[in-house]
Design a binder for this molecule. Sequence first.
Ligand code: UD1
Ligand code: CA
Length: 459
Amino acid sequence: MSKDLHAVILAAGQGTRMKSARPKVLQEIAGHSLLAHVLDQQARPLGAQVHVVYGHGGEQVRAAFADDESLNWVEQAQQLGTGHAVAQALPGIPDEAVVLILYGDVPMVSPDSLRALCDAAREGELAILTVEMADPAGYGRILRDARGAIAGIVEHKDADASQRAIREVNTGLLAAPAAALRRWVGALGNDNAQGEYYLTDCVSHAVADGVEVRAIHARSEAEVAGVNDRIQLAALERACQASIAQAVMRDGLQLIDPARFDLRGRLVAGRDCCIDVNCVLEGEVILGDDVRIGPNCLLRNVRVGDGTRIEANSVLDGAEVGPGCTVGPFARLRPGTRLAEGARIGNFVETKQARVGPGSKINHLSYVGDAELGAGVNVGAGTITCNYDGVNKHRTTIEDGAFIGSDTALVAPVNIGRNATIGAGSVITRDAPADTLTVARGKQRSVDGWKRPSKKKDN
Ligand code: UD1
Ligand code: CA
């Protein structure tokens, strides 16, 4: 039977360099907080019980994960070092367990590296994740003995010149058997350059105990990169998006430029979909087969049917678009929009809580809100559903085959009957009967002999 795994996520750091009111681990990449990445991509997939060590802004962090009752929150009131942070969590962890230390601000560690750490710890070893860095300044250096075995870790501030030349550094992530870790952490002192309890000193304790210390090598610096400021946050955002783009392309999605694609949620795409440059996808986006999305589109919580085209510069939020539709360019579909098969929404059209029936068209410069349109309806340019009286919202219904002339105001609540025609420029305040032309505008007249005013001479 495998030993229970307990992950301790260190998340008490202030993140001063972010210059933010938000605690660092709540800063986001790819639409999710750093801590959510660590939980969902690292701790959870390993089946770990999770302990989060929080400090600065702790209430905000806890509130952000309030629905997750499986988390054990451990307060570290004063940040006295990484060893002190881990010590706060250890009382909640049984001796037989394996403990994995994760950082709340290091979001992209691969499951393979973590599994290798845990496997070594299950064998009774102390496993530390290390990486070769081009510029190791600031990091703890890995000290090795003459045989190449790990002898200890020296923090940058405590290191001498020859130690500072070492490029193998400590990422801070490690795994160890709980009983041994408890012993080593209990013996930590703070007699060092920073006056902190260094978790890294466990390494020399393990060596003294005759426990093997194993280095697991991270694949790249990017895998173990942490976030201290907004520059690193932006760099990690790009790294994360690059790996997301590769994953979606491996799944068969065509991206015209993977460097100009941002997914901040979950995407499910059918076969032969293509996304042009500078699109942002948020929440849950589900595309059928052969969907094409033009450049500069934002899709948030959207479902799109087979063969539909979303043209450039369109914004779709909370919309359900059927198959064979055309949307945009420059369309805005707001929440509650549902387009049936073959519907067309053109430029500068805004829809909200609107059902548009099969084959219906709203092609130019219109607002359609709180409305239900049947099949084969044609809404002319500049049509407005006047759905709001300043207090309440009212509905507009337009039945199958109706034709709404350009520049019509439909003052809701109102119904336009089947195959009705509305003359251009009408202000429709009462229901319009089926199969009939309804016109509601001033009658045109021409005034014979009328003269334009002329400029008076004496002023
Ligand atoms: C630590 C390691 C160093 C390693 C580096 C990698 C120690 C002594 N040093 O450096 O060898 O190269 O990480 O980034 O462990 N934290 C707490 N409570 C504290 C202190 C820190 O929760 O009292 C958390 C921070 O929020 C952060 C993590 O622990 O997530 C690491 O802390 P940080 O100060 O960034 O690392 P260093 O101690 O500088
Ligand atoms: Ca750090």
